[in-house]
Design a protein around this ligand. Structure first.
Ligand code: FAD
Length: 313
């Protein structure tokens, strides 16, 4: 019996030979040897620990809204984070402290807040993905980043085999960045958020949510994508060069390779228009990088995590 069969014996819910297209917003990717859905933080720690011990490559995802899987698939285990507990730890006069499993979606979190009179997250309305993914990349939207409501993270350190808590200030958050991007062996389990209570502001909050939804629909192209493909470029003097604008100024809006297209609406969205392969998307991304380098002398960096043919762990 090989290592993977042993894993399958211990976790019989593992599905084998599964198309990665079903696990990412891009709807791109080959076949994964196995897919396992972890339903609790304990379950997540157990599968990760066992995979590491058995030397099986794995790749953890939330909703797969910021990953591009490769056409060659993944010769290992994709772990889908379905952990879903939210606990109100403290309800103060003005703020509440909530502990959120990393697999909870932003949509689920906002809706939990509405039911429990907790707000402060309107800017994140309609942001796809999980809390784990948002903490990993310090997701941001309409002037707020996830770090602005976060004060502590609980994670599993795979190398040391311990669960650790760290305060926000120890997690090196930056623009679409956190320590978790460097420490690939740290699995985010829970986030502690401090959010304002709604009380008399409920109506105004609901109005904000609607406004954000309208802004998002107006701003973002419809279709299969990973959101912004590249990060904006921050120069040392504080100037921001917007990736989408630079790509647009290179005349690349609407450019197609195979089934992939740079959105005619937004230069930083590479869409899967017509059964695109990861190769199509990556070729378009290379073209955009090359043209931007030539014209603006800056190097675009991917915001999307290109994975599936590699293991991050
Ligand atoms: C239409 C669209 C619009 C978007 N708009 C925005 C936007 O406005 N702002 C923005 O910031 N992003 C945006 N995104 C990108 C994406 O929504 C965010 O990056 C989101 O936070 C990713 O969450 P996820 O659960 O889908 O992560 P995934 O895509 O599943 O994973 C992303 C990375 O995080 C790692 N990861 C996930 N969970 C964990 C965990 N528990 N522990 C350790 N590592 C983990 C994965 O290994 C992977 O490397 C958009 C995407 C789409 C498709």
């Amino acid at each position: 019996m090989d290592k993977f069969d042993e894993l399958k014996n211990k976790f019989p819910e593992i599905k084998v030979n599964v198309s990665l297209k079903n696990y990412c917003n891009y709807k791109i990717g080959g076949v994964a040897k196995g897919v396992y859905e972890a339903n609790s933080a304990e379950d997540l720690v157990e599968i990760v620990r066992f995979s590491k011990r058995e030397g099986i490559s794995f790749y953890l995802i939330g909703k797969g809204t910021n990953v591009l899987f490769l056409d060659e698939g993944f010769d290992g285990l994709i772990i889908v984070n379905k952990t879903n507990e939210i606990v109100i730890m403290e309800k103060g006069d003005k703020n509440s402290i909530i502990r959120v499993d990393s697999g909870v979606t932003i949509a689920g979190l906002i809706s939990f807040g509405l039911k429990n009179n907790i707000g402060g997250m309107a800017s994140f309305y309609c942001l796809p993905g999980t809390i784990g993914g948002a903490v990993y990349g310090n997701a941001g939207s309409f002037g707020m980043e996830i770090k602005d409501v976060l004060f502590k993270v609980e994670f599993y350190d795979l190398d040391l085999d311990i669960i650790v808590e760290k305060d926000r200030d120890e997690l090196y958050f930056g623009y679409r960045d956190s320590i978790f991007k460097k420490k690939n062996n740290w699995i985010i389990l829970k986030a502690y958020l401090k959010c304002e209570n709604l009380d008399s502001n409920l109506e105004e909050y609901q109005k904000n949510l609607k406004e954000i939804a309208v802004k998002r629909t107006g701003k973002q192209p419809f279709g299969a994508s990973c959101g912004s493909f590249f990060k904006n470029v921050y120069l040392e003097d504080g100037t921001v060069l917007y990736a989408g604008k630079m790509i647009e100024e290179c005349g690349l809006k609407g450019e197609k390779i195979g089934g992939a297209q740079i959105s005619p609406q937004h230069g930083n969205f590479i869409l899967n228009k017509d059964n695109a392969s990861s190769e199509d998307v990556l070729k378009l991304a290379s073209l955009a990088k090359e043209k931007v380098r030539e014209r603006f002398s800056v190097e675009l960096q991917e915001e999307v995590r290109v994975g599936g043919g590699i293991t991050d762990y």
